[in-house]
Design a protein around this ligand. Structure first.
Ligand SMILES: *Cc1c(COP(=O)(O)O)cnc(C)c1O
Length: 379
C-alpha cells in the first residue's frame, strides 16, 4: 500500500468518505448551516467514548488547559504528571501558573500508578494528569479512588488512547475530564484538533465559556464576562473527524492488527518488550513500541540510526520530562531525576516502530526481519 521508499513511522488512513464530508462542509457549513458539523462531531464523539459532553478544540493541549482552568487549578497548586510523556501533557500546568510534579512510571503499564503518584503527593497537590501512554491503560480506577480519597482532580490525557479500554469503560471515560488529540499522527485525525469530554455538566459549561473568550453560551451581543481563550474547531475539520469517527471500528481494528503482526514476529527476541497490556485492559496501540533491555547495549538513537540506514523511520520513546532543558533547574525536575528510576531505565531504550495506519503486513514483516538482523537475532 505504501509507495514511498521509506517506511513511515506514523500517518492516517483517509478514504473518500472524509473527502465527501469535507466537501459538504465547504459548500454548506455557512449561513444557517454554520456549526452543524461541529455539533454532530461533538455529539457522536461523546457517545463513542461513553461521556455525556464533548467540546471540539484546536488541540488536545487546549483541552488539558481548559480542564485545569475549569477545575480552578492555579498558582500555588501542584499538579502530578507522568515523567515519561509528551510535553503537551504537562505544559498546560505551566500555562495556569501551577507547579509540575513528575511521577515515575509503573513498568507494567509504562504509565503512572497509584503508588508512584502517592510517593509525590504534598499538601499543595491539587490535580493528577494521567496519560494512556502509546495507548496502554494505566490503573485509572485505582487513580480515581486515590484522587477521590485525597480530594484531588483527576484528568485523563487520552491523546494516544482512542480504542483503549479497562473492562468495558473506554479510554476517555476516566476522571473529571479527558482530552483527545486528532493530530495527523493519531489514530483518529482531523489534521490538527482535539476534544475534551466530561460527565460533569458544570465543568462542561465552564469550559464552554472559557474556550470562547469568556462569553456566555449562546451570547449574540458580544458581551464578555471575563477574559477567556479562543479554542475552537472549524466545521471543515469536524466534517473530516465525523467521517473518521464513523470508521472508528475499522481504524481500531487496523491498530490491533498492526500490533499483532509485529508481536507474532518479535515476541521471541530476547530482552525485547512490546507495549504492555495488563489483564482486563485493552490497549489502543497508538504506536507499536519496543523497549530493549539496557544490557543489550542498544540506546534508542543508536537503534533508530540503524533502522534509518535501512530506510525505516522510527521515533524515540519520550525522554523523561525531568531530563529536558524545558524544566532544567526546576526543583521538582531535579528531585524527579533522582527518584524516577523506572522512567530513566525504560525511556533511553525505547523506540516506536513504524505504526502508520496504511502499512500492510508485508511491510511489517520487512521491518521485523530488518530489526532482527540489526539485533543479530536469527529469524
Ligand atoms: C499528541 C499528544 C498530545 C497533544 O496533542 P495536541 O493535539 O498536539 O495538542 C498530548 N498528550 C499526548 C500524550 C500526546 O501524545
Amino acid at each position: 500500500m505504501i509507495e514511498a521508499s521509506r517506511v513511515p513511522v506514523a500517518g492516517p488512513w483517509v478514504t473518500d468518505l472524509e473527502v465527501e464530508y469535507v466537501a459538504d462542509a465547504a459548500r454548506n457549513a455557512w449561513y444557517e448551516g454554520a456549526g452543524n458539523w461541529v455539533e454532530r462531531f461533538e455529539r457522536s464523539f461523546a457517545q463513542a467514548v461513553g461521556r455525556s459532553h464533548a467540546i471540539s478544540l484546536p488541540s488536545c493541549t487546549s483541552g488539558l488547559h481548559l480542564a485545569l482552568l475549569a477545575a480552578g487549578v492555579g498558582p500555588g497548586d501542584e499538579v502530578v504528571v507522568p515523567d515519561a510523556t509528551w510535553i503537551a501533557s504537562a505544559a498546560p500546568v505551566s500555562y495556569v501558573g501551577a507547579t509540575t510534579t513528575f511521577a515515575d512510571m509503573d513498568p507494567a503499564t509504562w504509565c503512572i500508578s497509584p503508588s508512584t503518584v502517592e510517593r509525590v503527593l504534598s499538601s499543595r497537590t491539587r490535580a493528577v494528569i494521567a496519560v494512556d501512554l502509546y495507548g496502554s491503560m494505566p490503573d485509572l480506577e485505582g487513580l480515581e479512588e486515590l484522587c477521590r480519597d485525597r480530594d484531588l482532580v483527576l484528568i485523563e490525557d487520552a491523546a494516544e488512547a482512542i480504542g483503549g479500554a479497562i473492562g468495558d469503560r473506554r479510554a476517555g471515560a476516566f476522571g473529571s475530564a479527558s482530552a483527545f488529540s486528532f493530530h495527523g499522527s493519531k489514530t483518529l485525525t482531523t489534521g490538527e484538533g482535539g476534544m475534551v469530554v466530561t460527565d460533569d455538566a458544570r465543568l462542561h459549561d465552564r469550559m464552554r465559556i472559557l474556550r470562547d473568550h469568556g462569553r456566555a453560551v449562546g451570547d449574540t451581543t458580544f458581551s464578555n464576562d471575563e477574559v477567556g481563550y479562543k479554542y475552537k474547531m472549524s466545521d471543515l475539520q469536524a466534517a473530516f473527524g465525523t467521517a473518521q469517527l464513523e470508521r472508528l471500528d475499522e481504524l481500531i481494528e487496523r491498530r490491533q492488527a498492526l500490533f499483532q503482526w509485529y508481536e507474532a514476529r518479535l515476541h521471541d527476541v530476547p530482552g525485547l518488550t512490546l507495549n504492555p497490556q495488563p489483564p482486563g485492559t485493552t490497549s489502543g496501540y497508538w504506536m507499536v513500541t519496543v523497549v530493549l533491555d539496557g544490557r543489550l547495549g542498544w540506546g534508542k538513537e543508536q537503534l533508530r540510526a540503524a533502522l534509518a540506514r535501512e530506510q525505516i523511520d522510527s521515533r524515540p520513546f519520550f525522554s523523561p520530562l525531568s531530563s529536558l532543558c524545558a524544566y532544567a533547574g526546576s526543583p521538582s525536575a531535579i528531585e524527579a531525576a533522582d527518584r524516577n528510576v523506572e522512567s530513566y531505565r525504560v525511556c533511553p531504550y525505547g523506540v516506536n516502530l513504524p505504526s502508520a495506519l496504511r502499512l500492510d503486513e508485508g511491510t511489517v514483516d520487512h521491518v521485523c526481519r530488518t530489526l532482527r538482523r540489526i539485533l543479530e537475532v536469527p529469524a
